[in-house]
Design a protein around this ligand. Structure first.
Ligand SMILES: CC(C)[C@H](C(=O)O)[C@@H](O)C(=O)O
Ligand code: SF4
Length: 470
């Protein structure tokens, strides 16, 4: 029987088999942030253990960093707890010889934006990080997934992880995304169909013509959010799009080694007779711009639909009522026309250059509604510089957006950027949990183009209508 790409990656990284379900899995790269690493370093110190492979670690300060639009060299963290966290992280990285993208680093940004853009992520790799959105790297054919703090310690000490092998799911998407819809709409659509636990215990391989047509960055959006369906990983087999993206960014291999690597990458795919435990099929033509109405990413509808009627199943009904109450909405209500206070364009889901280009295309020559506070937080220093070079930053500033420094920012209320209770936000992020963007704040997940349209209109609207103006 043939093997899936997922199984091949696991097999090629298995140091030894622990039992029927578990293997010791070798990690090619381990990424750390300031938030989930401190106890791991403390654990190492207690046991007097060195870091096994310092050159296979990378650190980034991203969750607690402020994003005020001051120049990078003036950037400082003023919140005491956050400043301590960052300083502690810097000390730990220095002590162990780990490369760190610190607060004042020109290439600092959100870990899942920076790692691919500097060419660190390549097909067939295993990439670990104490952060759930590590699934992003599947877009480049790498198996990435989040680990817990005690596992971070284990990886630092051994470069391996005791890993329970997942099951194989295939999500096949044929057809073509229509104008005004993006991979963000596609992933919200898929999660709304299979549910927030729909891929629990599985690694998802995306296949089909609609996936092949996506850019590498659009694939990152898709794989990033696959964890919101509970998946333990996402993969897209490498193709020319992947190879072009990576070859342009690799910094640490000479050209002849890249050529050899490309030959290997081309062979990385599931066998024709590989069997998946579960297969879902979707048609990209059916995807409209999607927006969440509730407090879980699967509570999403097409902008042309209405919030569904309450479920007849009591537990589900209770959850829906709780979500509606938190969001200040009713079953049967339309989202089209709903007034927003805030628009946030950022996060490791949608703050890459293509996302910002999509926003600029909508807002060029127009203005943010006076009632709205709108901010764009680029995913990294490199994205910010490129947007400056391309004139995108000026378009955004002229339209009335705040143009900030990179970081996780308002994706989660762990830094200075947060909403007030009751504020409603059109957001390009990945989680709409209660309190995610601030206590009592109401988050509606959507694509960058939809968020841009909401900023202009002051309310959630169908971006496809906006194309008359573009
Ligand atoms: C803080 C971190 C552990 C968390 C994650 O794992 O994803 C965060 O990045 C998030 O998006 O919720
Ligand atoms: S941008 Fe948001 S989702 Fe991504 S790592 Fe930061 S907090 Fe997590």
């Amino acid at each position: 029987m043939g093997q899936t790409l997922y199984r091949k990656i696991v097999e090629s990284h298995t140091v030894f088999r622990v039992d029927e379900q578990h293997v010791a899995l070798y990690a090619d790269l381990h990424i750390m942030n300031e938030y989930t690493s401190p106890q791991a370093f403390a654990g190492l110190a207690e046991k007097n253990l060195p870091v096994r492979c310092p050159e296979k670690q990378m650190g980034i300060v991203d969750h607690v960093i402020p994003t005020h639009p001051v120049s990078i060299d003036q950037r400082t963290i003023v919140i005491d707890a956050a400043a301590n966290q960052a300083a502690n992280f810097t000390r730990n990285c220095r002590k162990h010889g780990i490369h760190l993208f610190d607060v004042k680093d020109r290439e600092q940004g959100i870990e899942h934006v920076v790692a691919p853009e500097i060419g660190l992520i390549r097909p067939g790799m295993v990439v670990l990080c104490g952060d759930s959105h590590t699934t992003t790297y599947g877009a480049l054919g790498a198996l990435g997934f989040g680990i817990g703090t005690s596992e971070v310690e284990h990886v630092l000490a051994t470069q391996t992880l005791i890993y329970r092998v997942a099951r194989d799911m295939c999500i096949q998407v044929e057809g073509a995304l229509q104008i005004g819809t993006t991979s963000k709409d596609l992933v919200l659509y898929i999660i709304s169909k299979i549910g927030a636990q729909g891929a629990r215990g599985f690694v998802v391989e995306y296949r089909g013509s609609a996936i092949g047509a996506l850019s590498a960055e659009a694939r990152m959006t898709l794989c990033n959010m696959t964890v919101e369906a509970g998946a333990r990983g996402a993969l897209i087999a490498p193709d020319d799009t992947t190879i072009d993206y990576i070859s342009e960014r690799i910094r640490d291999l000479p050209d002849d080694r890249i050529a050899d690597a490309v030959e290997q990458w081309k062979r990385m795919k599931s066998d024709a007779d590989a069997v998946f435990d579960v297969t879902h099929r979707f048609d990209a033509n059916e995807v409209a711009p999607f927006v969440t109405w509730g407090t879980s990413p699967d509570q999403a509808i097409a902008i042309t639909d209405r919030i569904p009627a309450l479920s007849s199943e009591p537990l589900e009904r209770r959850n829906e009522l709780k979500a509606l109450d938190y969001m200040g909405l009713d079953a049967g209500q339309a989202l089209d026309g709903l007034v927003v206070d805030h628009v946030f364009i950022g996060s490791c889901t949608n703050a890459r250059i293509e996302d910002l280009r999509a926003v600029a295309d909508i807002v060029r020559g127009r203005s943010v509604a006076p009632s709205v506070r709108a901010m764009v937080v680029p995913g990294s220093g490199m994205v910010r510089e490129q947007a400056d070079r391309e004139g995108i930053a000026q378009i955004l500033i002229d339209a009335g957006f705040e143009w900030r420094q990179p970081g996780c920012s308002m994706c989660l209320a762990m830094n200075d950027d947060m909403l007030q209770p009751g504020q409603r936000c059109a957001s390009t992020t990945n989680r709409n949990f209660e309190g995610r963007q601030g206590r009592g704040a109401r988050t509606h997940l959507m694509s960058p183009a939809m968020a841009a349209a909401a900023a202009l209109a002051g309310r959630i609207v169908d971006v496809r209508k906006e194309f008359d103006h573009v």
